[in-house]
Write a protein that binds this ligand. Structure first.
Ligand SMILES: Cc1cc2nc3c(=O)[nH]c(=O)nc-3n(C[C@H](O)[C@H](O)[C@H](O)COP(=O)(O)OP(=O)(O)OC[C@H]3O[C@@H](n4cnc5c(N)ncnc54)[C@H](O)[C@@H]3O)c2cc1C
Length: 387
């Protein structure tokens, strides 16, 4: 059984195999990755070996068809994996992008040849994937991107800069959004799969960005200076990149929501345990009325969040998740995460402000959830447009 949490709630889509997967994932994160957390946070990126080990255990590409090396499952399996990763507190492996996003783009839009070339490596952990949309000049207004891909015979020559790219420090494959026709807005954008292992000529990784949280995961700037990319490595037709991204963004937003709900669940569990143990004025914190009220509210918010998320997952699995509902999930769940983690941290008092306590890291890690994947302001714009 995936960890049911304080409330014992079980999602409608859950089947026995999800329970086995959750156990396997939990054991991997807890026993094989978490013991290295401090070192991974110091180095600022995950170990390649941990990707390979996840692949060996069958934890990568869970929704990728078996013929391309994947698990043959669907999004519910990816959701269980990401839920367990967040619940155990493992934050170095960029699985939300690698498995939650990259394999989805390739499986959906790749040609058979492209799938055979890249998916098995992504599923075995030999390859790590990233997606590069955001530019230094702006992330919200994707249509205004400036990175250019100019046709040169059978290739494109790519020039430009991307920033805030998750897995950017270690990635071998980058799905890059670039303008193939700068005279056009959305219709001028194409997606190119760039093979960047070993940093080929025309490609450079900038520094790993020094973030307030998520210290074990690499977020990098990427620079392109006439990087040669075969036209055969374009995903979909020229000029369809923006529309392909719009089609995939609901899943990306759901992935963020999965992390948000798992973090809320973890925060409540950690805080209940602490409040039972710590005493003030001669009784455990949980015996004080305010603590009880705060925890009751956080547990209720978490349960409601799980039920909404699970409904979105069920809709997505049926191919029925619309843009506005995904935006509701992303914005409301991440706001819930930040609120619940903040209120829980308060119950830890001064210890909540020290990084020795997981709640402090959770506080720092949570903040970005309202920013990436489309800011929550943009989510509200999308919701409002559908009203
Ligand atoms: C840790 C981390 C990981 C990331 N990973 C990736 C990744 O893997 N790939 C990738 O491509 N990007 C990634 N991003 C980038 C992220 O998606 C962008 O930061 C985000 O989309 C916002 O873009 P921006 O930072 O340029 O802000 P801007 O677009 O400059 O926005 C600044 C502010 O203005 C607000 N704003 C903008 N337009 C409007 C509007 N129309 N109405 C109201 N308010 C508006 C925004 O909500 C925001 O508050 C990551 C970012 C971080 C911090």
């Amino acid at each position: 059984m995936p960890t049911p949490g304080l409330d014992g709630y079980v999602p409608s889509w859950q089947r026995p195999e999800h329970g086995d997967l959750a156990e396997l994932a939990r054991a991997f994160f807890t026993k094989e990755v978490l013991p290295h957390t401090e070192r991974l946070e110091r180095q600022g990126h995950p170990d390649r070996e941990h990707y390979r080990r996840a692949g060996e255990l069958g934890l990568l590409g869970l929704s990728v068809p078996e013929q391309y090396g994947g698990g043959g499952g669907d999004f519910t399996h990816e959701a269980v994996l990401l839920h367990e990763q967040m619940l155990t507190g493992e934050g170095s492996l960029g699985l939300a992008v690698h498995s939650g996003i990259i394999t989805g783009y390739l499986a959906e839009y790749g040609t058979d040849e492209q799938k055979r070339r890249w998916l098995p490596g992504l599923c075995s952990g030999e390859l790590v994937g990233a997606i590069a949309m955001t530019e230094p000049g702006g992330g919200s207004d994707l249509q205004a991107m400036r990175t250019r891909a100019v046709r040169d015979g059978d290739d494109y020559l790519v020039s430009g800069a991307k920033t805030f790219i998750t897995n950017g420090g270690v990635a071998d494959l980058v799905i890059l959004a670039a303008k193939t026709d700068p005279a056009q807005g959305a219709a001028g954008i194409s997606l190119l799969v760039c093979e960047v292992a070993g940093d080929p000529p025309g490609f450079r990784r900038g520094r790993l960005l020094d973030k307030i949280g998520l210290h074990g995961n690499d977020t990098a700037e990427l620079f392109f200076d006439d990087l040669r990319v075969p036209a055969a490595d374009r995903l979909g037709d020229e000029g369809t990149g923006f529309f392909l991204m719009m089609r995939q963004l609901p899943q990306e937003r759901l992935v963020i929501g999965v992390g948000a709900v798992a973090a809320m669940q973890r925060a409540v569990e950690l805080t209940v345990a602490y409040a039972k143990e710590r005493t003030a004025f001669g009784k455990p914190l949980i015996g004080h009325q305010n603590t009880r009220m705060v925890l009751a509210e956080c547990a209720t918010r978490t349960r409601a969040a799980r039920i909404f998320l699970d409904d979105c997952i069920a809709r997505h699995t049926r191919g029925e998740l619309d843009v506005a509902t995904a935006a509701m999930a992303k914005s409301w769940l991440t706001e819930g995460q930040c609120e619940v983690v903040d209120r829980c941290l308060q119950i830890f008092g001064g210890y909540g402000y020290t990084t020795e306590y997981p709640i402090a890291r959770m506080y720092a890690d949570a903040r970005v959830q309202k920013i990436y994947g489309g800011t929550n302001e943009i989510m509200k714009e999308l919701i409002a447009r559908a009203l």
